[in-house]
Design a protein around this ligand. Structure first.
Ligand code: AR6
Length: 175
């Protein structure tokens, strides 16, 4: 398993799948979600609308993941996942965030894809503390990925500060 950390705009990455930090409606928003929808074009919104709702207005619950095409993006697919909103850490935030990573990888494997880029899910509007989120991301990915499964993971950070912090989590986590 290969895991790298870069500072980049995730919408520019030509990987099999980029992950979107979405909200349960999957109908777009700000942050990385807004950037992905702008870069993919209106066909992405239509593809999201076409996904079934589990309850009115909910296409993807917290911790779940759904896949669409990437449309005008250089990435072939978008895996939409919904991170937890940070409520202080005592409301199951860490296991829910871990589920986002696990369920995204599950979809990647189901679709026989190999390269995936994640943004720092929940670390913007949803308020998850960056150091804690980086540790969940790295330990979950290490746990999920075998050395020889051919999957290449890019942790795509939008700021240098976040890149350094995730790099640190990679150095710290048990190998
Ligand atoms: N490329 C990579 N990372 C980015 C980009 C980009 N183009 N733009 C922002 N980030 P956020 P959340 C980083 O707020 O906290 C939306 O409105 C950003 O710096 O996008 O999971 C959804 O619709 C931060 O580190 O996602 C939801 O309502 C990280 O991406 C809500 O926000 C995540 O920040 C989800 O909140």
């Amino acid at each position: 398993m290969l895991m790298q950390v870069i500072r980049a705009d995730i919408t520019a990455l030509a990987v099999d799948a980029i992950v979107n930090a979405a909200n349960p409606s999957l109908l777009g928003g700000g942050g990385v979600d807004g950037a992905i929808h702008r870069a993919a074009g209106p066909a992405l919104l239509q593809a999201c609308r076409d996904l079934p709702e589990s309850t009115p207005g909910v296409r993807c619950r917290t911790g779940e993941a759904c896949i669409t095409a990437g449309f005008a993006l250089p990435a072939r697919h978008v895996i939409h996942t919904v991170g937890p909103i940070w409520h202080g850490g005592g409301h199951g935030e860490a296991p829910l965030l871990a589920l986002c990573y696990r369920n995204s990888l599950r979809l990647l494997r189901q679709h026989r894809l190999h390269t995936i880029a994640f943004p720092a899910i929940s670390c913007g509007v949803y308020g998850y503390p960056a150091v804690k989120a980086a540790s969940v991301a790295v330990s979950t990915l290490r746990d999920e990925l075998a050395a020889d499964d051919g999957i290449e993971v890019t942790l795509c950070c939008f700021s240098e500060e976040m890149r350094a912090l995730v790099e640190h989590a990679l150095d710290d986590a048990p190998h």
